[in-house]
Design a protein around this ligand. Structure first.
Ligand code: DSN
Length: 418
């Protein structure tokens, strides 16, 4: 029993995994926070490292038998420091939200004032949103974007920071299509003696590949997930100057977490090794070029892009002008084999569960080797899909689905054995 295959032990789960492999292979995946990890990263996640408990840090563990785990974690740390050019790396946070919570735990007391980008404007739940612990346990003040430009208004951020004097300021988010001006945020934080935290979860791969400016030298603390543009397993990193090492490490363990997920640590090390290769720079540049091409294609079809376009991997589209909200569009596109997510747009008059927009991104399609020409085709399908959603034309959606299946055959998905 213990050496039997998954298909033999649990055919139901095996079948569901096989079906998901097929879905990932046969669809055009445009959720900007998703990607395809390499076969090597996947292999590392499915190893006996999952069997080991390792509370503590390399050389300082609470359990014996760590000679291989310590080496794995040390490699992951060294590679994270090298790829991002930082003095300290903690590779143990289970994912992005725990990584951000560790920063609060290290530097804030309940009731302290904290500042981040509002979720409806493009921020993240853990940047102080009211339903998150970070919005409940701290006095959260939130900045947004300008209505006329769709971009962060740094004058507003400065004025808010001066008035509210937050202990820490988060920059970064989940639906920001433009370059983040880390230097300007650092200047604001310095002026009020706040700690600047750059959450680069969405753009970590672009930074590693030289396709987005780095926050290093501006933000003393950087948090990121490892599974978005960085193309690793689901996990996170805390990166910092040496001066913050002790406080952050203590906040992760024993502050928030128990044993690190060693199989994930190994896979993070593999992903960082891949991110250090010259090809990764080509991938990062291509992600951005593809997002621009997709945006231009959609603009030609009359779509309204928040902020007028993109500098990175994602596009935020306001569908108000198409007379249909984001949710039925995202659902219709999914039926057509094009997967995105419905999303609020800044100043959205609609509710978060039924908002005005959709969010698109190019990391996964770029990992399959697609380029600007394919982005033009995808823009055409999205346009047809939105019209079909509006007119309840299921036939057109099924026609697109067939074309998408054929199209994806020419672009093998990394790590997907289909
Ligand atoms: N869920 C992530 C995203 O889609 O952007 C943020 O944590």
């Amino acid at each position: 029993m213990t050496s039997a295959s998954l298909a033999a032990v649990d055919p139901e789960i095996a079948q569901l995994i096989a079906a998901e492999e097929l879905r990932q292979a046969q669809s055009v995946r445009l959720i900007p926070s998703e990607n395809y990890t390499s076969a090597a990263v996947l292999e590392a996640t499915g190893t006996v490292l999952t069997n080991k408990y390792s509370e503590g840090y390399p050389g300082r563990r609470y359990y014996e038998g760590q000679e291989h785990i310590d080496a794995v974690e040390n490699l992951a740390i060294a590679r994270a420091k090298q790829v991002f050019g930082v003095e300290h790396a903690n590779v143990q946070p289970y994912s992005g939200s725990p990584a951000n919570l560790a920063v609060y735990l290290a530097y804030c007391a309940p009731g302290d004032t904290v500042m981040g980008m509002a979720l409806p404007a493009g921020g993240h739940l853990t940047h102080g949103h009211k339903v998150s612990a970070t919005g409940k346990w701290f006095r959260s003040v939130q900045y947004g974007v300008r209505k006329d430009t769709g971009r962060i208004d740094l004058d507003e951020v400065r004025a808010l920071a001066r008035a509210e004097r937050p202990r820490l300021i988060f920059c970064g988010g989940t639906a920001i299509p433009r370059t983040i001006d880390f230097a300007a945020f650092a200047e604001i934080a310095r002026e009020i003696d706040a700690l600047l935290v750059a959450d680069i979860a969405h753009i970590a791969g672009l930074i590693a590949g030289g396709a987005h400016p780095s926050p290093v030298g501006h933000a003393e603390i950087i948090t990121t997930t490892t599974h978005k543009t960085l193309r690793g397993p689901r996990g996170a990193l805390l990166l910092s100057t040496q001066g913050h090492a002790k406080a952050l490490d203590r906040a992760v363990f024993p502050g928030l977490q128990g044993g690190p997920h060693n199989h994930t640590t190994a896979a993070i090390a593999v992903a960082l090794h891949e991110a250090a290769q010259p090809e990764f720079r080509d991938y990062a540049r291509q992600v951005v070029a593809n997002a621009k091409a997709l945006g231009e294609g959609l603009a030609e079809h009359g779509f309204e892009l928040i902020s007028g376009g993109t500098d990175n991997h994602l596009l935020l589209i306001d569908l108000a002008g198409k007379d249909i909200p984001g949710k039925p569009v995202a659902q219709a596109l999914d039926r057509a084999g094009i997967v995105c997510n419905y999303n609020t747009v800044p100043f959205d008059p609609r509710k978060p569960f039924d908002p005005s927009g959709i969010r698109l991104g190019t990391p996964a399609v770029t990992s399959r080797g697609m380029g600007p020409e394919e982005m033009g085709q995808i823009a055409t399908w999205i346009n047809e899909g939105v019209q079909a959603a509006w007119s309840h034309d299921e036939g057109t959606l099924m026609r697109i689905r067939g074309e998408v299946h054929e199209f994806t055959k020419a672009f093998p998905a990394p790590g997907v054995p289909v």
